[in-house]
Design a protein around this ligand. Structure first.
Ligand SMILES: [Zn+2]
Length: 378
């Protein structure tokens, strides 16, 4: 888990991921809020301070594979200097202060409810019967406080894999606010059919849609939102690069003797992690790894170059030049995964560069983006 995957798999942002604790079949992610200020919820005063309580609160997230997930949030209190109130800092990925599951988990329970009994949904989500019932009741009461789509300009569509039992869900987000607009069962364009209905003619305001490089949604976007640009953003590019690098690591491993195999197996994280996040020891080991396994070393350096394009290129033209240079370098290498990546980049260059064209998309996700820089690799 990383801060980035938290956003893409659990819909959580504005929180920093610290570590994972494991308990049998449960993964516990320890998080803390990134907010540096909160207005007083009682009197709206800005004169407040945030005080750590030293305590944590457990919130149920979506399953990942067969594992339950718990977000363990370090809680703080908002102390108001004007009215003297002391209130709990709100947790934005929950729909209310008393709720102990994420908004995504609630939405997912609703998706399942379409063709499962409450009992079955409870079993599948690990929630208890009353919770599922309550989620549904709330939803029926307010029809899940829908975000007006008419105002949305930048959409993000992601597929999230929830493991064998559940398979995929498709999540549509407002990239400006981070709000979830829709959760559909399955993946690909057909999962978006109910959303298309809801969109109606209001889709014409949508300027751009950020999607996965795997491209399973591009036909849908072209058909339903012909005026919107398709954007392959930072997160998805690095994700693909990491996947391909992992294939190379696996095939390298298969050719090795058992002893060496063990060594490489344990060092996957060194290749995937962003260089600046490695400890001194980690950085040394990465150097050694790059020397011993030349192809993997080159690929891991090329991944860093790719990340640097996002960090350093501040204009469309510069980004274009940098991507093309990257491709030339990759093509000149004898490494399959790099050549493959170069091919993808050339084929999707417009979509990659659209990221720079939509300045707003870049700055809108800036809040997440600043964090992303640190954690994209893992
Ligand atoms: Zn106050």
């Amino acid at each position: 888990m990383t801060t980035s995957s938290l956003y893409h798999t659990q819909g959580i942002r504005g929180y920093t991921y610290q570590k994972t604790e494991r308990k049998e079949k449960t993964e516990i992610y320890c998080l803390h809020s990134q907010a540096s200020h909160c207005d007083c919820p009682k009197c709206k005063s800005r004169e407040t301070s945030l005080v750590k309580t030293g305590k944590t609160r457990d919130i149920r997230g979506l399953f990942i594979g067969s594992k339950k997930t718990i977000m363990r949030v370090a809680t703080r209190r908002i102390i108001c200097q004007d009215c003297g109130a002391s209130t709990q800092e709100p947790i934005h990925f929950c729909s209310d202060s008393y709720v102990r599951h994420t908004k995504w988990a609630a939405r997912f329970a609703l998706v399942l409810r379409a063709d499962m009994s409450i009992k079955a949904v409870a079993q599948h989500t690990g929630m208890n019967w009353e919770t599922v019932k309550k989620i549904e009741k709330n939803w029926l009461q307010k029809k899940y406080k829908r975000v007006p789509i008419g105002d949305v300009e930048y959409l993000g569509i992601d597929e999230v894999y929830l493991g064998q039992t559940f398979g995929f869900i498709t999540v549509v987000r407002d990239m400006d606010s981070g709000d979830v607009l829709f959760v559909g069962k399955g993946k690909g364009g057909s999962a978006l059919d109910p959303f298309k209905k809801r969109l109606g003619r209001r889709g014409k305001h949508i300027k751009a849609v950020a999607i996965d490089m795997a491209n399973s949604y591009s036909a849908w976007v072209k058909e339903v939102l012909p005026n919107a640009d398709i954007v392959y953003d930072h997160f998805h590019v690095i994700k693909l690069m990491n996947e391909r690098m992992n294939n190379l690591r696996r095939s390298t491993m298969n050719k090795l003797e058992d002893e060496q195999k063990k060594e490489l197996k344990g060092k996957r994280f060194l290749l995937l992690k962003n260089e600046e996040n490695l400890s001194e020891k980690g950085a040394d080991e990465l150097k050694k790894l790059r020397f011993e396994f030349k192809d993997l070393g080159t690929a891991s350096m090329m991944k860093e170059y790719l990340r640097n394009i996002y960090k350093l290129a501040d204009s469309y033209g510069l980004a274009r030049t940098a991507f093309l240079l990257w491709c030339e370098k990759a093509e000149a290498s004898d490494i399959f995964c790099l050549k493959q990546m170069a091919k993808t980049i050339r084929r999707r260059l417009d979509g990659l560069l659209a990221y720079w064209k939509h300045e707003k998309l870049t700055s809108a996700s800036q809040e997440g983006f600043n964090n992303k820089i640190g954690w994209l690799g893992g």
